[in-house]
Ligand binder design. Structure first.
Ligand code: KIV
Length: 286
């Protein structure tokens, strides 16, 4: 018999309880209504509208060009498909770095305009005062440290962080700062498992790993990577649970061939009725 999926609305307190009980948190990205519905119905705890949107849905080369307008547009679509999961919107580059006031205003738009439950932003101690101000304004914030794709160039490219003592210590300091600022959870991206374990045991808030090993309180992946629906590149930490692209290509070939050969649409995909009018219509048009 199929297991019945969760139907209760997820809260921030549930995330904290999961950390306490050791039950793992599940989070995936979505960028549109149809996928959001599938994730929500599957029982995911958190749906993230990541700024990975820029690369996997909008075709940019990085997440840097993504705008507030694009994020709000896609978060609103995802919102309409989510009934029970926590919905988090990712703040795009330069929407929270310029000033704390602008950051709070932009974060507020994710809640007011798109109906998100909270926002995610990248950065450690440097961004902690901004997180504090957002939290004071009543905004739930998810932090993100380690490999932070918006500033990957400054970090020396898309590479594992925290492999030497200096950068490992910096990660620990960043995790503390984000947690102390009032974030409700923390994404750890591309860091050695042992550092992720240390941080997870050290901070009171749940950690959610991507390329950060098995000891985090939860795991997140980009949905297009998980489904094999983005072929440009696949990071080594990604597990592909499906390989959709060849299946989609096969379906497209079948459609093209059937249209060309007249197999589609057949009678079952065509409407009947009005046959008795046919002769009159023909006569009228003579
Ligand atoms: O943009 C994104 O999708 C993310 C997650 C992968 C954590 O930041």
């Amino acid at each position: 018999m199929k297991e019945k999926k969760a139907s209760k609305t997820i809260t921030l307190a549930d995330m904290q309880n999961k950390k306490a009980s050791g039950e793992k948190i599940t989070m995936l990205t979505a960028y549109d209504y149809s996928m959001a519905r599938l994730l929500d119905e599957a029982g995911l705890d958190i749906v993230l509208v990541g700024d990975s949107l820029g690369m996997v849905a909008l075709g940019y080369d990085s997440t840097v060009p993504v705008t507030m307008e694009e994020m709000i547009h896609h978060c609103s679509a995802v919102r309409r498909g989510v009934n029970r999961a926590l919905l988090i919107g990712d703040m795009p580059y330069l929407s929270y770095q310029i000033s704390k006031n602008e950051a709070v205003k932009n974060a507020g738009l994710f809640l007011k305009k798109a109906g998100c439950h909270g926002v995610k932003l990248e950065g450690g101690s440097d961004i902690a005062p901004t997180i504090e101000k957002m939290v004071k304004a009543g905004i739930s914030v998810m932090g993100h440290i380690g490999l932070t794709p918006q500033t990957a160039i400054a970090l020396g490219g898309y590479k594992v962080q925290g492999r030497d003592m200096k950068s490992a210590k910096k990660l620990i300091e960043d995790a503390r700062a984000v947690s102390n600022a009032g974030a409700f959870s923390l994404v750890l991206e591309c860091i050695p498992s042992i550092i992720a374990k240390t941080i997870t045991e050290m901070v009171p808030i749940p950690t959610i790993g991507i390329g950060a090993g098995p000891h985090c309180d939860g795991q997140v992946l980009v949905i297009n990577d998980l489904l094999g629906f983005f072929e440009k590149f696949t990071p080594s930490f990604v597990k592909r649970y499906a390989n959709l692209n060849p299946k989609i290509r096969e379906a497209l070939d079948d459609f093209i061939n059937e249209v060309k050969s007249g197999v589609f649409p057949g009678p079952e995909h065509s409407f009947r009725g009005g046959e008795e009018l046919f002769e009159d219509l023909k006569a009228d048009n003579k």
